[in-house]
Ligand binder design. Structure first.
Ligand SMILES: Cc1cc2nc3c(=O)[nH]c(=O)nc-3n(C[C@H](O)[C@H](O)[C@H](O)COP(=O)(O)O)c2cc1C
Length: 186
């Protein structure tokens, strides 16, 4: 069995994003466990807010086509997302909307269907973004993604993700979840 291919991305493009830090930490851990890991920064795949008229006039943005191609090459995803008012942030929601559109002979959701995923959230708050977890799980399931059981949330993330070394307990939670994802991909 070849090493599972994982795409890791965060639901934030903020320069000092806590979720990007979490995503990169998870990518390092998954790599150490034998996965072949690509980290994508969604800032490299910009897209206007989805609008059907825009799609009719201009089609799917090239950036989203590129991202879909990258996603199709993967066995699974690791997603670390902020929680905005208890929900998925618009960046992720918009990317999911565009990337799930059919085009030509290609069905919608091809970039998602049958992929596996592990989900995480980080927040400077005390709940760690836990309310976004079931929402992200449901959204990914709707797209055809099999989300592995469990999740990682990082409360007080500004402190927890400060510095180069992760707290041992957090590192082992991430490893447990990413190992589950790797096993599901195999
Ligand atoms: C519009 C908005 C809504 C937010 N709602 C929540 C929330 O419901 N729960 C939470 O823990 N943090 C919330 N936050 C704070 C974010 O968790 C915080 O900005 C976080 O740093 C964003 O993730 P990032 O660091 O990866 O960019 C909200 C922030 C914004 C801008």
């Amino acid at each position: 069995m070849t090493d599972p291919k994982l795409l890791v991305f965060a639901g934030s493009t903020r320069t000092a994003s806590l979720n990007s830090k979490l995503a990169i930490a998870a990518a390092d851990i998954a790599r150490q466990s034998g996965a072949s890991v690509t980290v994508a920064d969604l800032a490299d795949y910009p897209a206007a807010i989805y609008n059907g008229d825009d799609e009719d006039a201009n089609g799917i943005p090239q950036s989203i086509r590129d991202l879909k191609k990258l996603m199709q090459q993967q066995d699974g995803f690791i997603v670390a997302t902020p929680e905005y008012n208890g929900h998925i942030p618009p960046l992720l929601s918009n990317m999911f909307s565009w990337a799930s559109r059919p085009e030509g002979d290609e069905k919608g959701k091809v970039a998602f269907d049958g992929k596996k995923a592990a989900i995480m959230a980080a927040s400077p708050g005390g709940l760690g973004g836990i309310r976004v977890i079931p929402r992200l799980r449901d959204t990914l399931a709707e797209l055809g993604v099999v989300v592995v059981p469990g999740f990682v949330t990082v409360p007080n993330a500004a402190a927890a993700l400060d510095g180069d070394d992760l707290d041992e307990k957090l590192a082992s939670s991430i490893k447990r979840l990413t190992d589950r994802l790797i096993a599901a991909c195999q």
